[in-house]
Ligand binder design. Structure first.
Ligand code: ATP
Ligand code: MG
Length: 505
């Protein structure tokens, strides 16, 4: 069944629309999906050795949040390397990345599958994939016809990317957003309007040299925002140095921040640069700034005002050029009122405040993030196919996520482990019973040990108890780690390490 003139004309016209927005990509995929009678169709962008879906038809909605690394998906690797139309034999035993992700057809064993790499010149920009359950669905189309569709799609994709580039160049300076640098920011998933606003704000403030204060509840992604700010700044080629203010006992904090000289105190056996010096020319990320002791707040303020500092034990002043990005999940305005945070420092830091919305405010982004974490978890634990059932998706959408994206990430990992243990073959599907989410007042992870929980090893039970107890103390201390450490009567640094080990932080 060769492509008719009407079909080609319809396709070409549809692609003449400029394709600047998601709608246009969706229309293009919709037309190809119908034209070729596919069961699953996707337009994918190739970047960072991965394929990222731009538009899909026939696939589960969480696919839009997945990032398919080519080294983890032999079919995508074949498409990326081929340079031309790839027709996979119907009985090919290469795992299909969409297996379990086509709601109409949970298992994709024998099926028709075509990959069309999209090139601009010699550069691979993306791919179109066409899948159909009927093994001979595409045999009536010649390679030339498929190449023609691919070249139309490649032109359209290229136009859309060029437009995007043009829009970006209206702002003063955007360094190449993605390099293969190890310092690279992780991607921030989310298409909700609150996330689009946040992305715009980041793009506006990143190239300026203003200090930024990132606020938001625990686990919302503040650290990702900080990375993204640094990556889009003019300091991107310089380091971003990380310092967690909550994990610092007061006695070592000053030397951590400003360095020390040999002999400054017992144990100072040689000169050591502090985080400020290490960040010179780049960015210093002060995480959990609300926990910084008052004495250090005064010293930090001085550096921000005059750009100079002294190593502990030295009189000489050092000049540094550092941009500060700070983050906190406490209400600093309240801390200023109750005297635990200096108001002058607050005003210096919050020249440009950025607020990261809670997961609940992001609506359907929950589904994209679930897909994103599933794909990560799948690759990490070598699960062949990992999908989210419709019932599980509904459950995730209905839950209120007090621990935000981090809680979702952990919930997906835990559910995947549970589902894998039960699975009879390679197809692991997450079902509601694999999640232990409960009502909004008492999410599973902050309940006390439940006497109905199945028996487990004493060690696991102890870890579980520690996790629950620390979370209780943390919630009781208004989510302030320093206060939490005081309640539990342990050293803040040790609490920080323990909370990390238990997966709470
Ligand atoms: N939009 C997002 N896209 C992808 N991953 C995300 C997103 N937001 C958060 N995450 C992931 O969720 C986890 C928690 O994010 P992050 O550490 O940035 O949160 P946080 O706000 O700094 O938390 P805390 O207040 O506890 O310090 C990380 O693994 C991060 O990669
Ligand atoms: Mg953080």
């Amino acid at each position: 069944m060769p492509l008719s003139f009407e079909n080609i004309a319809a396709l070409a016209l549809e692609m003449q629309h400029g394709l600047a927005s998601h709608d246009r990509f969706n229309r293009m995929i919709g037309i190809i999906h119908r034209l070729f009678l596919c069961d699953a169709t996707a337009l994918l962008r190739y970047e960072l050795q991965s394929f990222r879906p731009l538009a899909i038809a026939g696939l589960a909605p969480d696919v839009m949040g997945r990032r398919f690394r080519i080294d983890a998906h032999p079919r995508f690797e074949a498409i990326a390397r081929a340079g031309d139309v790839v027709r996979f034999p119907a009985e090919s035993d290469l795992p299909d990345p969409y297996d379990g992700l086509i709601p109409e057809s949970p298992a994709l064993h024998v099926h028709a599958c075509i990959g069309l790499p999209l090139f601009y010149g010699q550069t691979l920009m993306g791919a179109l994939t066409l899948d159909a359950i009927a093994a001979d669905q595409f045999s009536g189309y010649s390679d030339d016809e498929l190449r023609f569709v691919a070249s139309l799609a490649a032109t359209a994709l290229n136009n859309a990317l060029l437009l995007e580039q043009l829009e970006k160049s209206a702002t003063p300076y955007i360094p190449s957003p993605r390099s293969h640098d190890s310092n690279i920011a992780e991607e921030m998933i989310g298409e909700s309007s609150v996330m689009q606003i946040l992305r715009k704000e980041i793009a506006v403030v990143a190239p300026s040299d203003l200090n930024v204060l990132i606020t938001g509840n625990t686990g919302t992604g503040k650290e990702l925002v900080a990375q993204s700010l640094h990556q889009q700044s003019q300091r991107a080629s310089k380091p971003m140095i990380y310092l967690n203010c909550a994990a610092l006992p007061e006695s070592v904090a000053e030397s951590e921040l400003f360095g020390h000289v040999k002999g400054a105190f017992t144990g100072a056996v040689k000169d050591r640069a502090g985080k400020f010096e290490l960040a010179d020319g780049g960015t210093l990320f002060l995480d959990e700034i609300g926990e910084l002791p008052l004495t250090l707040q005064a010293k930090l303020l001085r550096v921000l005002q005059y750009g100079d500092l002294q190593r502990v034990g030295e009189d000489r002043q050092l000049k540094v050029d550092v941009r500060i990005i700070a983050a906190t999940n406490v209400d600093l305005k309240q801390s200023v009122i109750n005297g635990s945070f200096r108001s002058d420092l607050y005003h210096r830091l919050s020249v440009f405040p950025l607020h990261v919305p809670t997961l609940q405010e992001r609506g359907a982004d929950i589904v994209l993030l679930a897909g994103f974490f599933c794909e990560r978890c799948r690759a990490k634990f070598g699960i062949k196919h990992l999908s989210v059932s419709k019932a599980a998706r509904d459950l995730l959408l209905a839950y209120d996520w007090p621990g935000n994206a981090r809680e979702l990430e952990h919930a997906i990992y835990r559910a995947a482990m549970m589902a894998q243990a039960e699975a009879v073959n390679d197809d692991v599907s997450l079902q509601p019973q694999h999640f232990s989410l409960s009502g909004s007042e008492a999410p599973a992870h902050i309940m006390a040990v439940n006497h109905d929980t199945p028996m487990q090893s004493l060690k696991d039970a102890q870890l579980q108890f520690q996790r629950d107890y620390i979370l209780r103390a943390y919630n009781a201390s208004d989510r302030k780690w320093a206060l939490c450490a005081r309640i539990l009567e342990i050293d803040p640094g040790n609490l920080h390490r323990l909370a990390k080990k238990l997966g709470i932080k």
